[in-house]
Design a binder for this molecule. Structure first.
Ligand code: FMN
Length: 377
């Protein structure tokens, strides 16, 4: 493995190691990718304040997320199809998060099932729920997450229907992946992926497929989700989920201050300020641009998690400076997973941790729990 100094190094290796169709699924955003790019550009445009002659001989990164102790306020975001990025991807990422002293959030649309992940970790993980039209499924999957000891439920609210990602259509993304004349050469040059994913045991939706047994249509995941995701989802459904879930409840995908205020009075514990990593409403604000107003309005009432564009520890500090209590990473960990499995995810987390420590030191920040907007120039 070449020397890794940053997340970009992992991305470059990932690009070489996995087939184009999977890489593009991870990397790309919806439509013209304006929001995808804004997430990164707006973070890049923020300047941190260099402070000097402050005793920073002791710097603490330890914090809590949703009331649970973490070694740094950075956890793994829920991402669908992760077991196609690397064989048993969700299980490996959950283990890496545990090893790094932080949390992993499993997607409803994962390849490994809730029970698969449960079987490889000792600490609790979090579960992300997509609400389908069939509330029987939601109820059953919430029950499974409870039985697996999940401590927090993230209800994703920014996907009543799917934003289009042109690349997935052009590349012919299917679940399970298919070997075709068009992708045969590409796949033949990725032997490790071929062995671990295409010839591996888990390659369809671990949580959803058993429930759909015999019903057609899941393979074209995009079309399927548009038919089955519930466009009628509204605040009353949040009450319904609240009545079923005794643990921490988080709404993922809030970007507007009015929605954040409603969330604060809806009995949830937190929100993730997120635009789905630029994969949904193209033309929406970047998450870092939306964060300060939301933090000002509800930051004292809700735990504010943040995602979108985080590729470094400096980015994490910027988000904390703008009012987030903690951050989630999506693509940054997926690059690590594609590059080197569990060790690669661990490496992604450690790169970000080391960068965060340096950024805190050079801004005179001793405790990650008390970062304020003073850190931003
Ligand atoms: C490949 C991929 C799959 C994703 N799948 C899901 C998902 O199943 N559920 C969900 O709530 N968010 C999903 N997301 C959004 C992430 O949870 C997160 O909001 C986003 O990745 C953050 O942006 P970043 O990738 O720039 O860190 C996905 C993101 C990516 C990149």
């Amino acid at each position: 493995m070449p020397i890794i100094t940053n997340i970009e190094d992992l991305r470059r290796i990932a690009r070489r190691k996995i087939p184009r169709v999977i890489y593009d699924y991870v990397e790309r955003g919806s439509y013209d990718e304006l929001t995808l790019n804004a997430n990164r550009n707006d973070l890049d445009a923020i300047r941190l304040r260099q402070r000097v002659l402050i005793d920073v001989s002791k710097v603490s990164l330890a914090s809590t997320m949703l009331g649970e102790p973490v070694s740094m306020p950075v956890a793994i975001a829920p991402t669908g199809l992760t077991g196609l990025v690397h064989g048993d991807g969700e299980m490996l990422a959950a283990r890496a998060a545990e090893g790094a002293g932080t949390r992993f959030c499993l997607s409803t649309m994962s390849i490994c099932s809730i029970e698969d992940v449960r079987s490889v970790v000792k600490q609790p993980f979090w579960f992300q729920l997509y609400m389908f039209r069939d509330r029987g499924f939601s109820k059953a999957v919430i029950e499974r997450a409870r039985n697996a000891g999940c401590t927090a439920l993230f209800v994703t609210v920014d996907l009543p229907m799917r934003g289009q990602r042109h690349a997935d259509i052009k590349n012919g993304l299917t679940v399970p992946p298919r070997l075709t004349v068009r992708n045969a050469f590409d796949i033949a040059t990725k032997p490790a992926w071929l062995a671990k994913v295409l010839l591996g045991k888990r390659k369809t939706f671990g949580n959803v497929a058993p429930y759909l047994e015999g019903r057609a249509g899941l393979e074209q995941a995009g079309a399927w989700s548009n038919q089955n995701f519930d466009r009628s989802l509204n605040w009353r459904d949040v009450e319904w989920v609240r009545s079923l879930w005794p643990g921490k409840l988080v709404l993922k995908g809030v970007l507007d201050v009015e929605d954040a205020k409603t969330a604060a009075s809806a009995g949830v514990d937190g929100i993730v300020v997120s635009n789905h990593g630029g994969r949904q409403l193209d033309g929406a604000h970047s998450t870092i641009a939306a964060l300060p107003a939301i933090a000002g309005a509800v930051g004292d009432r809700l735990e504010l998690l943040f995602d979108g564009g985080i590729r470094s520890g400096q980015d994490v500090l910027k988000a904390l400076g703008r009012g987030a209590h903690g951050c989630l990473i999506g693509r940054a960990y997926l690059y690590g997973l594609a590059a080197a499995g569990e060790a690669g995810v661990r490496q992604a987390l450690e790169v970000i941790r080391a960068e965060l420590e340096v950024a805190m030191t050079l801004t005179g920040t001793r405790d990650v729990k008390s970062v304020t907007r003073e850190v931003i120039g």
